[in-house]
Design a protein around this ligand. Structure first.
Ligand code: MN
Length: 263
């Protein structure tokens, strides 16, 4: 298949190198179009007020012990993850893509966090342009787990390839557990859980005495949501959540009509 790969950690991140080389090694034609620097938590932002640079680059090999297969092309873009996918599909690539894959992100994209995620937004941008997409994230901030995650990604893409045609709007959010035990315990089809952060802002004083705030905090997952993605990765299960762009709350449409909100 022809696969476009992007991310929000930047084109030199270990996760995108592992993913791109693993998919290329599995026989796919792979193009990489990714931000020239880290753009995590930029959500679905687009760059409108300035031009976008796009420089052809050589994708760095993956970290030691991983496959280094040839990719068809790579560009570093001076924009957001969504910019990258939109630009790639509209302007950079001369042939249509069968699939967009994003990641493998450094850190999870679980529950309500998907709304901030550049990794998920880049995949969604594929779907908005008529190309099915899969976002991959690793539930760890260390460099361990990308090789295994990339092998799983290539295997998943291979299995899905045998089940085509897919819905054009297929959008899968895959979270890979951190390294624990021998291998993954299995694969779970999940829904988005709810993730909140305790003590999110740290309040500090700068060298000139001014107060500033820094967003950080400890993730707190609501425990009692059945089949939640947040719980699955804790159980060493690869979590796969099907997502959709339509955020309409259909159940409230009728109630709104009933309010008779006339002028
Ligand atoms: Mn990221």
């Amino acid at each position: 298949m022809r696969i476009l790969i992007s991310n929000d950690d930047g084109i030199t991140a270990p996760g995108i190198r592992a993913l791109a080389h693993a998919l290329a090694d599995a026989g796919h034609r792979v193009w990489v179009v990714a931000p020239d620097r880290e753009r995590s938590a930029h959500g679905h932002a687009l760059t409108l007020g300035r031009p976008l640079s796009a420089n052809a680059v050589a994708l760095l090999p993956p970290d030691e012990g991983q496959l280094a297969a040839e990719v068809a092309g790579a560009w570093a873009v001076g924009g957001t993850p969504a910019d990258c996918v939109k630009l790639a599909l509209d302007a950079l690539l001369s042939e249509p893509m069968d699939l967009v894959c994003t990641g493998i992100n450094r850190g999870p994209n679980l529950g309500t966090d998907v709304l901030y995620s550049g990794t998920v937004a880049a995949a969604l941008e594929g779907v908005l342009n008529g190309v099915p997409a899969i976002a991959f994230s690793l539930d760890s901030f260390t460099d361990e787990g990308y090789a295994r995650g990339a092998r799983f990604a290539a295997s998943l893409v291979g299995q899905l390839e045998g089940k085509r045609p897919w819905p054009k709007d297929m959008l899968l959010n895959v979270n890979l557990p951190k390294l624990m035990g021998e291998g993954y315990a299995g694969v779970a089809s999940t829904r988005l859980g709810v993730r909140r952060y305790a003590d999110a802002f740290e309040r500090r004083r700068d060298p000139r005495g001014r107060i500033f705030y820094w967003l950080a905090g400890e993730a707190m997952d609501l425990p009692d949501i059945e089949e939640a993605d947040t719980i699955a990765v804790q159980q060493n299960l690869v979590s796969i959540t099907p997502l959709q762009a339509d955020m309409t709350r259909h159940s409230l449409m009728g109630e709104l009509k009933g309010l008779n909100l006339g002028l």
